[in-house]
Design a protein around this ligand. Structure first.
Ligand code: GTQ
Length: 352
């Protein structure tokens, strides 16, 4: 009986032949998937970003020093970018999001421009500066969450008498990924004021909306979500509702016209942790940036522990468990790319 000889698959002729093949591929702008497949399609998130905390006491002197080296007018935006230690040189705090601390000194104006990147502001220190969006100015106070929607003219000014510092959260890297960035400079430094302060809040911020027609923008029509209101809501929630073991009492800022996220690419949240609270571990695929509004404690991110105090910023990378241990009552503001992940069906989370 004849048996067909079995031909075993064989590597052509070892490493040398492959290397030589790869160098010929390279000249054609080709590359072999099998050399990168495991990195391209990993079993778990590889966010690049690492856990990190910036102590405000350590970085405030640099922010103030920047104020003596360059004016807001010259800088356009005088901001120190918080760069993730795992992603240096990329101007980002997670792969998808940007975070900076912006300073405006009394008497300064940061000139008007518009861009397709959406921005949020979370006020960290000082009062009396304003930001203007589409003809309305809003005064900034610590803890306020303020939105600059995509493609709206905006300028910042400080007619007050103290430096004002806020956290800027932008979707810069998301726009970069999609190649959808556009920017224009306004003809004058300051846009004309055409609406009274508080106009957007009175129309949309009191559980009432005009009978129509309503704006169709994907961003909330509320311009400033004042800390006073967020804080009293958290306090009432703590009196009325049981505490969540992972999050304390955590709320999402909403677009009152949809009940959904306040911005299409960035989700913003505020949470209260009771004194002496130890949260259960929680992880999610939306790497999240936190600003400490009130309180002190320890945050465990993955295997690392950081002490936090008011005005500190920290970042929890995708899929790293986060756990809080508060000392006194603590309020944390946070933002992430959650709306984008939800829209694309990508968000995963795990409690405990
Ligand atoms: O305030 O318009 O931190 O355009 C980065 C880019 C702030 C702003 C930033 C910007 C702005």
């Amino acid at each position: 009986m004849q048996v067909a000889s079995k031909v075993m698959p064989q590597a052509p002729s070892g490493e040398g032949a492959r290397a030589e093949f790869y160098s010929r591929l390279d000249r054609e702008n080709l590359t072999a998937l099998w050399e990168v497949l495991h990195a391209l399609v990993p079993p778990l998130p590889t966010p690049g970003c690492v856990p990190a905390l910036w102590k405000y006491a350590d970085i405030r002197p640099f922010i103030m020093e920047s104020g003596s080296l360059i004016t807001a007018a010259e800088a356009v935006r005088r901001v120190l970018i918080l760069e993730n230690p795992g992603l240096r040189g990329q101007s980002c705090i997670t792969r998808s999001l940007y975070c900076g601390l912006q300073l405006i000194l009394p008497g300064e104006v940061a000139p008007s421009h518009r861009h397709t990147q959406s921005a949020l502001r979370f006020i960290v220190e000082g009062s009396g500066a304003y930001t203007a969006v589409d003809g309305e100015r809003t005064t900034m106070r610590p803890g306020d969450f303020i939105i600059t929607p995509s493609w709206t003219w905006h300028d910042h000014g400080n007619p007050g008498n103290e430096p004002v510092v806020w956290m800027d959260g932008l979707d810069i890297q998301i726009l970069q990924l999609f190649g959808a960035q556009f920017m224009e400079t306004f003809a004058e430094d300051e846009q004309p004021v055409t609406r009274n302060e508080g106009a957007s809040y009175s129309s949309y911020g009191n559980n009432l909306v005009p009978i129509g027609p309503l704006p169709t923008s994907k961003t909330s029509p509320i311009f400033n979500y004042p800390y006073e209101r967020s804080r009293e809501t958290l306090a009432a929630l703590a009196r009325n509702e049981p505490v969540d073991t992972c999050h304390g009492w955590k709320m999402q800022f909403i677009n009152p016209l949809t009940g959904g996220f306040a911005m299409p690419t960035i989700g913003a949240f505020i949470q209260l942790l009771p004194a002496a609270f130890q949260s259960s571990p929680y992880r999610s695929t939306d790497g999240t940036i936190y600003s400490v509004a009130e309180g002190e404690g320890v945050v465990k991110i993955g295997k690392e522990k950081f002490r936090f105090s008011p005005r500190d910023t920290f970042v929890v990378p995708s899929w790293q468990p986060v756990q809080f241990e508060s000392t006194g009552e603590t309020v944390l503001f946070s933002y992430s790319d959650r709306p984008a992940q939800v829209a694309l069906g990508l968000l995963r989370e795990q409690r405990g």
